[in-house]
Each structure stands twice: as structure tokens, then as C-alpha cells.
Write a protein that binds this ligand. Structure first.
Ligand code: ATP
Ligand code: MG
Length: 434
């Protein structure tokens, strides 16, 4: 039969890599606890209408990137989530989570977009996101940015820079939109097809065009920042005051408008030069109108999402390598008759926190001691626990060092093993350094 392959642009994450994912997730979890953000898990499928309303009809995502289909059984229009903010907002409204004040939430998980697969761009990719709902002050915008910066520090990433802009409020954007359309109409011959198509539907998106031919025209385009009123400018100033006081560097990028319709006031991206065209590793902003747009009682909100694949590949590019945690011990079992007692001992040691890999046989038996020792070596374990028949008959087990002082062997009574485990654990530092 023909071999079946996975779906294009959707990757398996194999054990040689998945330990890095687990490590990153652990770092994020502990950081989120420090900032008092709580976890939320929403379904991967939502009604298509949620994303159409939440993300906006004239966005890349809704126009061409969504995996949408009709439920064969009841005809409902469903979509694999392309991002998670709309789902979080839906859930917060549905379960009245804002009744008792604001919420600080975070999520991790797969997202789906039908894009052309390339390095740093996949059809199933993973995001970690943080959302703060119910607070309108710039201090929460700042908190989210400080949280992301703290994460880069924990991950050992130094080549990430912050770009900021303010999109102001809808009325300010409307005035700006007219000015921008007027300007671009005057430079129509310099626009490409994409820009012409967006000129009246989503002209702000033209500003972040990746086509370098447009650069000169866009460089002299009117700036949204100049159209902001006093309140919007004050919000931005308060945010940057906090960032300055905390030593967070940023640049004001007038062309940063973000791809989704729902943003207002602060928008930001964390960008690196090390990942080629897919250089945005984390992006977010304020979305005070979204909750009402999705049918909830109007409430302010702000959040960001980072691309896990891009962060991990940036760690690699930056030479930040991780050591996979190895088992402390490998259990050598020369004769199958030893398994009942051996496995009881291993259970006890594991309950004390030790990681132990046990030898297992194949159709041809358990294999020679030599081959078992070879497997013990390959496992990376520091010790071999040898459950030989003679030792077991005396109620003991032999322990051989495979690393430091390799070859040294000692015999331990089974009831003394917890003491051995305790000395082992006091020696080995936590591998994750959280
Ligand atoms: P881009 O401009 O690269 O398409 P975006 O603006 O569509 O990004 P967002 O919707 O803001 O991205 O998603 C937040 C983050 O998720 C991005 O900064 C990126 O790190 C990651 N991301 C987005 N799309 C993909 C994808 N197809 N594959 C891998 N990561 C992605
Ligand atoms: Mg995109």
C-alpha cells in the first residue's frame, strides 16, 4: 500500500525537537504565574461568523487563509481557528468572565491558515498569546510588553526589537483614511496591483506592503500619528513613559498598522533580522471595540500573540541550545524473572522523583548483558541499576556509574535505595533553570 504523508504545511514535532517545545511552554507557564495571568483553552473549531465579524472581512485571513467547511451533519459553517483572540473574546462573553472586573488570560495552541508554506510560515502553526480584558489604561499595554520582554530575557534572546505605533480611535482613523486615500490617488501610477485593490477597501494595509517599489511613495505618505487627538496621544505617551522607566527600547514605526481590523490605540510588533522575511515573532495591540463587535457588552482589551515556531528557530539562530533532560538511571534486567520485583522498585524510585528508563525485551528475548549495557550508555543515563538474580536473592541491587567515575560499582540493599535517590537528587541541578 502507498505510504500516507501528512498534510502539506502541517508538521510533526518529533521527540528530538519536542523537548524544546516543552521547555518553552514551561518557561511561559512559570512567567505567566509571576504576572498572575490565568490559562484559557478554547476549542480549535468555531463558527465561521466569529472570525468574519471578529477579524474583519477585508483582511488576508478572512479573504483567503481560513480553513472553512460545512459540518456534514448539520450544515453549520465552521472554521479551524486562524488565531485565538476572537475565540477568547467569544468565551469571555459567553461565560460572563468580565462580570467581576478585568481578566488576565493566556493560551497556547495550534492555529490554522492556508498560506504558502515556507520557513517560518506554516498551515498549522502554534501561538502563545496573552490577553488582558476589562482595563483601559496604558499600564496594561505596558505590562504586556514588559511580560514579553521578560520572556525574551528568559529565553536568552537579545536580537528582538520592539516597534510601536498608535492607531488612535475609529474617528481619527476615518479622517486619516481619507487623507491617505487622497494622497495615494495622487500617486496611483506608483501603486502595485495589491495596493490598487486595497485602496478603497483597506487602505491602511497598503502601508505595510512588503513590495520595496512602494517604499518611496509610502515614506512620504501622511502619518496616522499626526491625526491623533489629545487623548490618544496621552495614552501613547503614558505607555512610552513606563517603557522608558523600565529600560525597554522601542522605535515608533508609522507604517505599523497590523493585519487585523480590530485594533485601536497601541499596536506593536517584536521583530528580528535573523529570520529573513518571517521576522515578526510577536505581535499585538489594543482592541477596545472587539468585544462589542462580537456581541458582548463593550469593554476594553489588549493582547499579543507570539509564533512558537519562529521563537524556537530564533533560539537556534542565536546559538541558544538546550540540553534534553536525560534519565537518571537505566534498569538492566538480565532475566525476565526479575521484572516483578524490579518494577516495584522502579515505581518507588520514580515516585521519589527519579527518571528511569527500563530495559525491555524483543521477540528474541532480553539480550545479553553487553547489549543491555550498550543501551544503558545510549540512553544518556548516569547510572545503571542491575537487577541480577544473585543480588535480588540477597535483597539488593548493583548500581554502576556510567558517567562520572565510570565503571564504579556498589551494591545497595533495596530498602536503602530511597537514600541513594535522595543523594542523587541533591547533586543534580534542575535542568530547566526556570
Ligand atoms: P505575518 O505578517 O508574518 O503573516 P501576521 O500579521 O499574519 O504575520 P499575526 O496574525 O499577528 O501574524 O500572528 C502573530 C504571530 O504568529 C506572528 O507574528 C508570527 O510569529 C506567527 N504567525 C502568523 N502566521 C504564521 C504562520 N503561517 N506560520 C508560522 N507562524 C505564524
Ligand atoms: Mg499573515
Amino acid at each position: 500500500m502507498k505510504k500516507l504523508a501528512g498534510v502539506k504545511g502541517m508538521n510533526d514535532i518529533l521527540p528530538d525537537e519536542s523537548f524544546e517545545w516543552e521547555w518553552l511552554e514551561e518557561v511561559v507557564r512559570s512567567l505567566m504565574r509571576q504576572y498572575a495571568y490565568r490559562n484559557i483553552r478554547t476549542p480549535i473549531l468555531e463558527h465561521t461568523q466569529l472570525f468574519v465579524r471578529g477579524i474583519g472581512e477585508v483582511t488576508d485571513i478572512v479573504e483567503k487563509e481560513m480553513y472553512s467547511f460545512e459540518d456534514r451533519l448539520n450544515g453549520e459553517a465552521l472554521t479551524l481557528r486562524p488565531e485565538n483572540t476572537a475565540s477568547v473574546v467569544r468565551s469571555v462573553i459567553e461565560h460572563s468572565l468580565l462580570h467581576e472586573g478585568g481578566r488576565r488570560l493566556y493560551y497556547m495552541g495550534p492555529m490554522f491558515r492556508h498560506e504558502r508554506p515556507q520557513r517560518g510560515r506554516y498551515r498549522q502553526f502554534h501561538q502563545i498569546g496573552a490577553e488582558v480584558l476589562g482595563y483601559s489604561g496604558p499600564e496594561v499595554d505596558a505590562e504586556l510588553i514588559l511580560l514579553a520582554s521578560a520572556l525574551w530575557r528568559k529565553l536568552g534572546l537579545h536580537d528582538v526589537r520592539l516597534e510601536l505605533n498608535s492607531l488612535g480611535q475609529a474617528s481619527e482613523r476615518a479622517t486619516y483614511r481619507d487623507a491617505l486615500i487622497g494622497y495615494l490617488e495622487r500617486h496611483r501610477d506608483a501603486l502595485d496591483e495589491d495596493a490598487c485593490r486595497r485602496l478603497y477597501t483597506n487602505p491602511l494595509r497598503i502601508l505595510d506592503s512588503k513590495n520595496s517599489q512602494l517604499a518611496p511613495v509610502l515614506a512620504s505618505a501622511p502619518r496616522l500619528f499626526d491625526f491623533l487627538g489629545a487623548a490618544s496621544k496621552a495614552h501613547f505617551q503614558a505607555l512610552t513613559d513606563i517603557l522608558d522607566a523600565n529600560g525597554v527600547a522601542y522605535t515608533l514605526n508609522h507604517r505599523l498598522v497590523r493585519g487585523l481590523d480590530y485594533y485601536n490605540l497601541s499596536v506593536f510588533e517584536f521583530v528580528t533580522d535573523r529570520l529573513g522575511a518571517q521576522g515578526t515573532v510577536c505581535a499585538g495591540g489594543r482592541y477596545d471595540d472587539l468585544i462589542a463587535q462580537v456581541g458582548g457588552k463593550s469593554a476594553p482589551a489588549v493582547g499579543w500573540a507570539l509564533g512558537v515556531e519562529r521563537i524556537l528557530s530564533l533560539m537556534k539562530e542565536s546559538g541558544r541550545t538546550l540540553d534534553e533532560p536525560l534519565p537518571a538511571a537505566f534498569a538492566i534486567v538480565p532475566d525476565a524473572a526479575a521484572f516483578p520485583v524490579a518494577m516495584k522498585v522502579l515505581q518507588q524510585l520514580r515516585e521519589l522523583g527519579l527518571s528511569i528508563q527500563m530495559h525491555a525485551g524483543s521477540a528474541s528475548g532480553l539480550g545479553s548483558m553487553k547489549s543491555q549495557f550498550k543501551k544503558a550508555d545510549n540512553s544518556g543515563a548516569s547510572y545503571a541499576l542491575i537487577f541480577g538474580a544473585e543480588e535480588l536473592a540477597r535483597g539488593s541491587v548493583a548500581i554502576k556509574s556510567l558517567r562520572d567515575g565510570v565503571g564504579q560499582q556498589s551494591t545497595w540493599m533495596l530498602d536503602q535505595l530511597p537514600a541513594w535517590a535522595a543523594t542523587l537528587q541533591s547533586q543534580s541541578p534542575s535542568p530547566t533553570n526556570l
